[in-house]
Design a binder for this molecule. Structure first.
Ligand code: PLP
Length: 397
């Protein structure tokens, strides 16, 4: 008897499938705008110098590989909470704390299992569209998943529809919000929009879960924390998932945290006891290396300064590629049609290209992007913007 006989194959991650197709493409002028990692002018995903320096120190100074505790590295947790909530946040003393997780994905899964276990019957509301892994993580944890409108078929932010939908979700449900650099669209809420969302959250007594995977990639490290800090200041309770994958370039080191803000110090500890219990069943204790790197950087003024400059350079590179692409589209009469690319933030852009246009770009011009028309702006090459603009013009006209 075969135990595995009836097991069917599930399709692979479509974005990872793009990587294979890109690798197999022999065209030297190919462009990878698919996978969601930052790339520098050489097309590489670099290790920041601050990370390299911190790693050198760690190799010399590390004395044990024994387990770190269930909440992870305490210094990492406290410095990351400061980075997210702001060094002067009154919550830092006893109302907020981080549990270290394997990346932002681990933080989301921990949050999902926490909701399923401790807040049963609460549904979670995701933006339409959202990062596809949000859908599967919360479904895997057994939560009821709903959607609120975010970007419509006209490729525009739908703030009114979003607010209207949120004001009808069941009281007490959880709403997942992207702090900045919305994945996949790149469309972010304005400060006023955030204040209006906050009012609905208060009125419906919703629990926000803010996914903060791109701090520093939008308008800057502090600016990108606007919504998180606004909600933390105005609400008694909040969940935040923070990822160090992009801004520290630590992708494979799986470094992130679930930050909980609670109404009282006692409640915070109650929640944290549950998180430690859930994490124990998921991964026992988190991986140490990435968090130790982040802690070394944030604890050292010189390394922190260097890292902040490096994040700022990544941010500026993406912003200038966005502007450069729209400029390159001008001779083709397309700069207005694609003007939203400069309004969007972070690595991703919902270009507004249709699946057929995306397919033609791939087949005829070796330009790889996700079928939804999502392009990773960091995958662009400043010297090849004209090439891309003409390919776009060919599939648009
Ligand atoms: C919106 C969003 N949330 C969370 C993550 C989690 O990233 P990681 O698990 O690599 O830290 C990502 C990564 O692509 C993301 O785009």
């Amino acid at each position: 008897m075969s135990h595995f006989h009836s097991i069917a194959r599930v399709p692979g991650d479509p974005i990872l499938g793009l990587i294979d197709a890109y690798r197999a493409d022999g065209n030297p002028a190919k462009l990878d705008l698919g996978v969601g990692v930052y790339k520098d002018a050489q097309g590489l995903t670099p290790i920041p110098c601050a990370v390299k320096l911190a790693e050198q120190r760690l190799v010399e100074g590390e004395t044990t590989k024994s387990y770190i505790g269930g909440h992870g590295d305490a210094l990492f947790a406290s410095l990351l909470t400061q980075l997210v909530l702001g060094a002067d946040s009154p919550l830092l003393t006893e109302r907020a704390a981080a549990t270290q997780t394997p990346g932002g994905t681990g933080a989301l899964r921990l949050a999902a299992d926490f909701i399923a276990r401790c807040l049963p019957s609460r549904g979670i509301w995701l933006s339409d569209p959202t990062w596809p892994i949000h859908e599967s993580i919360f479904a895997a944890a057994g939560l009821r998943v709903g959607h609120y409108p975010y970007v419509g078929t006209d490729n525009q932010l739908q703030v009114e529809a979003m607010l209207a939908a949120l004001s009808h979700v069941p009281k007490g449900d959880v709403v997942l919000l992207h702090a900045c650099c919305h994945n996949p669209t790149g469309f972010d809420l304005s400060a006023d929009d955030w204040r209006r969302v906050l009012e609905v959250v208060k009125a419906r007594e919703l629990l926000p879960l803010i996914d903060f995977a791109y701090q520093g990639f939008g308008d800057g490290l502090e600016q990108d924390a606007f919504a998180v800090r606004l909600f933390a200041a105005e609400l008694p309770e909040l969940l935040i998932t923070s990822s160090c994958s992009k801004n520290f370039g630590l992708y494979r080191e799986r470094t992130g945290a679930l930050i909980v803000c609670a109404e009282t110090a006692t409640k915070l500890q109650d929640v944290r006891s549950q998180l430690a219990f859930i994490a124990r069943n998921l991964w026992s204790t988190p991986p140490a290396h990435g968090a130790a790197v982040v802690a070394s950087i944030l604890a050292d003024n010189e390394l922190k300064r260097l890292w902040m400059d490096e994040v700022e350079a990544m941010r500026q590179r993406i912003a200038s590629l966005r502007a450069g692409l729209v400029e390159a589209l001008q001779p083709h009469g397309l700069s207005e049609r694609f003007a939203h690319i400069t309004q969007q933030r972070g690595m991703f852009s919902y270009t507004g290209l249709s699946p057929t246009q995306v397919q033609r770009l791939r087949e005829d011009f070796s330009v790889y992007m996700v079928g939804s028309g999502r392009a990773n702006m960091a995958g662009l090459d400043a010297n090849r913007l004209d090439q891309l603009a003409s390919a776009i013009a060919r599939v648009c006209h």
